[in-house]
Design a protein around this ligand. Sequence first.
Ligand code: NAP
Length: 529
Amino acid sequence: MLTGHHLIAGREAAPDHAPFQALNPTTNQKLEPFFGEANAELADEALQAADGAFDSLRTSSVETRATFLDYLGEEIMALGEALLERAHQETALPMARLIGERGRAIGQCKLFAGLLREGSWAQASIDRAMPERVPAPKPDVRRILQPVGPVVIFGASNFPFAIGVVGTDTVCALAAGCPVVVKAHPAHPGTCEMLSRAVFNALRRAGLPDACFSMLHGRSHEIGTELVRHPITQAVAFTGSLHGGRALMDVAAARPHPIPFYGEMGSINPVFLLPGALKERAAGIAEAYIGSVTMGVGQFCTNPAIVLGIKSPELGTFLENAGQHAAKVAPQTMLHRGICEAYEAGTAVWSTIGGLKKVGTSAAEPNNDASQAACRIFTTTLDVLESNEELRREVFGPCSIVTECATLEEMLRFANSLEGQLTAAIHGTAEDLRTHAALIRVLERKVGRIIFNGFGTGIEPCTSMHHGGPYPAASHSFYTSIGTGSIYRFVRPVCYQGFPDDCLPLGLQNANLPGAMRLVDGSLTRDAI
Ligand code: NAP
């Protein structure tokens, strides 16, 4: 069924340059068909088409776009076993995980369809005119969020469904009214093709133009750079490594007209074990910790890479249990050979650092030919962690470092030295939390999400989720890439002053036909004016 074509506004463009194939990381077998490198002409074609479709998409009714999202969920599901099978071959992610992730992707379609139908997300704000006001009359001023225009999206290798072609970025951009051009991930190009066809089917069923969407393949960085640099592109969403994110962020900033670049990048997600929690349940926390470190072969941006606790017999119990649980974890195949090699190289560098000891590792040997990674848990002291930058950098995979601090002040010192993080977790009792309020005050300045008695892995895509954080976790700390708040990356406020009612956007007209919550003269209401 797969063709290997770039899919540009519904047009099939056969690959004619720098052919490549997906590789099954478990068997090292090449998978059919051949894909190829897109070029500047194809990027231009996709973005010109997106620009041409922008007016149709943004002026389509809210119900049309919500229906499109309903259809997209159905079309993803209709790909059935074939989608799961191809994604499994390309990523080695287990079927159960893929089924769960597909559910999350479909759930996101429903979430945004609901958001559109409810309408309040557009933050309509109305200040009515006061012609009699002295000394100067007040004009009628109304403001609402409007889509920015064509956007370019880069997905990561570790979420082929939920942060990929049909992931949050694509779904919320189209919901907002922005046409999308996706740079397919070269580690799972077949999955990208199947999902792109689902997008076209859903667009056609909803009566929206094919040109609302394009997907281009590429393995070099040229096509991605070209898409970010193109003058039609109005915003970029990127999920992936800090290295890649930073490179593209700089391209976006260096344009003659810089554009917003929303990068969600790596993180070490520190975990703070407070004394009360260790006294109560050191063994239980250790088991949950190893579960979190090794979930998805550690290939989560929210993986708990550094744990801190006060040196104590209870921390000793935690370490002992962590080591025992690590031994039981079978090595598993990583997403692709490159990630596995980076994991091996990263943990090999750690192993050369004096003062770092191994606490536990998978008892079974990893099969290197099948790109398998073993769980590796280390321990060290704070001075070693502080004097070795490599230990504080993300190594993507099932590894983590437990750090012994001499005092709570040391723990606080480390928290203060942190760079921006996606998450931090605190394990403690309610009393611990009250006693260590200073730690929370520090973490509020450093991270996007603070978890109490849990771990950052397993993100709930809901309204209150914030998946982001200060740089380098994300390029802009205000915005989230998961949850309904992610739509705000692709809109901007437009203010209308003195407009006749019927010439205003529907959401700002007196009748309030969408029935959305609006701020009218400073008070929230769903009432018509
Ligand atoms: P990646 O290697 O950075 O790739 C992401 C995408 O960006 C790919 O399409 C890649 O294309 C492209 N890209 C990378 N560098 C580029 C450059 N310099 N110029 C142009 N395009 C470039 O990341 P990954 O391997 O897919 O994912 C693993 C990383 O993602 C981990 O660090 C993980 O922590 C992070 N991640 C973050 C989140 C989050 O929400 N914050 C979620 C999941 C994963 P090529 O492959 O062709 O280079």
